[in-house]
Design a protein around this ligand. Structure first.
Ligand SMILES: [Zn+2]
Length: 194
């Protein structure tokens, strides 16, 4: 595990709550906040030498740590913030009109019901579209433009959002997160078919 690896933080009930860096994780260990570990990988932080024993201190930080003082989360009352990077990741960098994959800069956020027609800028009304398809669709609904949507836009759950927000997710972390999302989630299929 590399130093800048994100650590998955759980509450004491074992619910994933967020990504933390190794410094935050170290502080949680030193303040005795870590109640148990769930990962199968570690990073070792090296500290200073002890003057009497001349042994060097070190701290093993697990890839998944459960911490105390976190109340049970209300998973239903979660509204993830909408950004292009998480939106494109939700749709696997695929244009939901032509079905092709594109790089980040070739993609755009399309409002299924256009803003000009009262459509909202929210997860369930936005899809990833290549710039060409977005231009072609213009200020029309998919029906009016005669363009079929390849998938229904959805708002990510708290755990799905953690998957979309993760930079480099380790295999054990992904396995843990996947076990906390619905089998009917498009992300479940995508990440279990690797
Ligand atoms: Zn397209």
């Amino acid at each position: 595990m590399v130093m800048n690896q994100q650590i998955l933080r759980l509450n004491s009930a074992g619910q994933p709550i967020g990504w933390i860096n190794h410094e935050t994780a170290a502080r949680l260990y030193y303040t005795d906040q870590v109640v148990y570990e769930c990962g199968s990988s570690n990073i070792i932080l090296r500290g200073g030498y002890n003057r009497i024993t001349s042994l060097r201190s070190s701290l093993n930080i697990n890839s998944i740590v459960a911490t105390r003082n976190m109340s049970k989360l209300d998973y239903s009352a979660f509204t993830p913030s909408l950004t292009n990077s998480t939106l494109f990741k939700r749709d696997a960098n695929r244009c939901l009109y032509c079905g092709n994959k594109f790089s980040f800069k070739e993609l755009s956020r399309d409002h299924v019901v256009p803003l000009s027609m009262g459509g909202e800028d929210k997860w369930t009304n936005v899809v990833t579209a290549c710039k060409r398809c977005n231009n072609h669709k213009g200020g029309r609904t998919p029906e009016d433009a005669n363009m079929m949507l390849l998938a229904i836009p959805f708002s990510p759950s708290r755990v799905e959002y953690l998957i979309l927000r993760g930079r480099t997710i380790l295999a054990d972390q992904m396995e843990f997160l996947i076990s906390h999302i619905s089998k009917s989630s498009p992300l479940y299929e995508r990440y279990t078919n690797l």
